[in-house]
Structure formats: structure tokens, C-alpha cells
Write a new protein. Structure first.
Length: 266
């Protein structure tokens, strides 16, 4: 079995380059921001970071395909790098430090492409998380200075901390009531948003999180980090991995209950 450690080291190089680029424009007064056709914002920093990552990949991994949020798919083959240059652009453009570059390597196999490497780098928070298939998940400042991640062992909803991004998506999906029922059952709720709740699940700091509408680049890196930390990452339909257009992540012990509440329709 491939160990993916060379790919993980390279993903850190990509993240280092992206961090330098994004931080150089964070809180810039002349930052240019546009609205995409889906009505979400994109800044010049998003585009520059993805262009930088693509350039590194084209030079060092020319046989691998690339899927990025801003510039789509390039190339074909059994290996595909999936990139979200700034996950949390709305935070980025307002000066909120909760945003990150998400980098994942996905490999073709049974059931389609699955993530085998993931790096989530949040330079404004001074945090980075990563994982490679079969090697566990870690956080720290570098590969040589890190601590291993483990999900929590909380086994009762009444003791669990649940994180989410917003309410409107659950209402649009028709499952707001089930969502609200879940919030009443758990010990604590917080709306951390974007990549961060998945990393907190991997760290064992919280126990559950979910989002009703996502793209592959929002999920691929998060999925491998959560699962390598011992947790469970699926779509709301229960399908393992980042392919359902939405996500639910947990310590595994509470996953069935999480999905049960979020799939209620009444």
C-alpha cells in the first residue's frame, strides 16, 4: 500500500506557499472582491493562492489532475489534487481570522475518488492540521513538531457539543425542525463555521458538526483528517466520504443519532 508521506510533505510545501500569499493580502484596504454567479464572494487573494498552488503542482506533479474552486478541473488520471484556496472567504474579506487553505490528494479506487492526503492551514489562527491515509491525523507547526489528533469518547447527546454554520441552509433543505430538535438535545451548540468545526471534531474538542450544502473542495481535506483521527465523515445520506454535497462529522459514537435528527422531515 502506498504510504503517501511524500505527497503529504509536498502538500505542506503547497500550504506554506499559499499561507504566504494569503497573509500578504489579509486586511488589505485595497483588496479586490467580486461576486461569482452563485452569489458568493471571491477575492483577488483566492485567485492568486489557487494560481500559485496550480503552478507548483504543474511543475512538480505534472501527471496529476487538479480541481480547484476558482479554476475548475485540469487534467485526468487516477490522482487528483483538490484545492480550496480560501475556505471562509466571507471571513477573509471582513478581517475575521477564521479561514484556511484546504488541500487534498484524492485517488481513484472502488467507489470513486477518495481522499488520501489532507492539509488544512489557517495562518491567521496560527494553526495547521493534516493527515495521510493509514498514518493518523496531526496538528502543529510542522511535520517534525506536531501532536496526534484523536476524536472524543463522548457517547451521549446530552454531553455532546454540536457545531454548525448557519440556520438558513437547514431551512432550505426542509430539515430545520430536526436540526432544532438536535440543538435542544445536546449539551452545547456553537456556530464556528467553515473548516473549523471539522478540525475541532478531529481534536476531540467538540463531538458533532454538519453542513447542509457544500462542494467537494470544502470537504475532501476535512474528511481524511476526521477519519484518520478516528471519527466518522459522511454525507447527510450516510454515504462515507466527501461526495454527497453536504457533510456530517462526528466522533463516530453519535453519528447515527446525528443523521437521524438531520434527516427528519415534518
Amino acid at each position: 500500500m502506498a504510504d503517501y508521506l511524500d505527497d503529504l510533505r509536498f502538500a505542506h510545501v503547497l500550504a506554506d506557499a499559499a499561507d504566504a500569499s494569503t497573509m500578504s493580502r489579509f486586511k488589505a484596504l485595497d483588496l479586490k472582491v467580486e461576486t461569482k454567479p452563485d452569489m458568493t464572494p471571491v477575492s483577488e487573494a483566492d485567485k492568486a493562492a489557487e494560481e500559485l498552488i496550480r503552478g507548483h503542482l504543474q511543475r512538480s506533479r505534472p501527471r496529476d489532475a487538479i480541481l480547484g474552486e476558482e479554476y475548475g478541473v485540469e487534467g485526468t488520471g487516477p490522482r487528483r489534487w483538490v484545492v480550496d484556496p480560501i475556505d471562509g472567504t466571507k471571513n477573509y474579506v471582513r478581517g475575521v481570522p477564521v479561514w484556511a487553505t484546504l488541500i487534498s490528494l484524492m485517488e481513484a479506487g472502488e467507489g470513486g475518488y477518495q481522499p488520501v492526503v489532507g492539509v488544512v492551514s489557517a495562518p491567521a489562527l496560527g494553526r495547521r492540521w493534516w493527515a495521510a491515509k493509514g498514518h493518523g491525523a496531526f496538528t502543529g507547526r510542522s511535520l517534525s513538531s506536531s501532536s496526534r489528533l484523536h476524536v472524543s469518547r463522548v457517547s451521549k447527546l446530552s454531553d455532546a457539543s454540536f457545531a454548525y454554520s448557519s440556520l438558513s441552509g437547514w431551512e432550505d433543505r426542509g430539515s430545520l425542525n430536526g436540526f432544532l430538535d438536535l440543538t435542544r438535545e445536546v449539551w452545547r451548540t456553537r456556530a464556528y463555521g467553515d473548516f473549523w468545526p471539522y478540525m475541532l471534531v478531529a481534536e476531540g474538542a467538540i463531538d458533532l458538526c454538519a453542513e447542509p450544502e457544500l462542494s467537494l473542495w470544502d470537504m475532501a481535506a476535512n474528511a481524511i483528517i476526521v477519519t484518520e483521527a478516528g471519527g466518522t465523515f459522511t454525507g447527510l445520506d450516510g454515504r462515507p466520504g466527501p461526495h454527497s454535497g453536504n457533510a456530517a462529522a462526528s466522533n463516530g459514537l453519535l453519528h447515527d443519532e446525528l443523521l437521524g435528527y438531520l434527516n427528519q422531515r415534518y
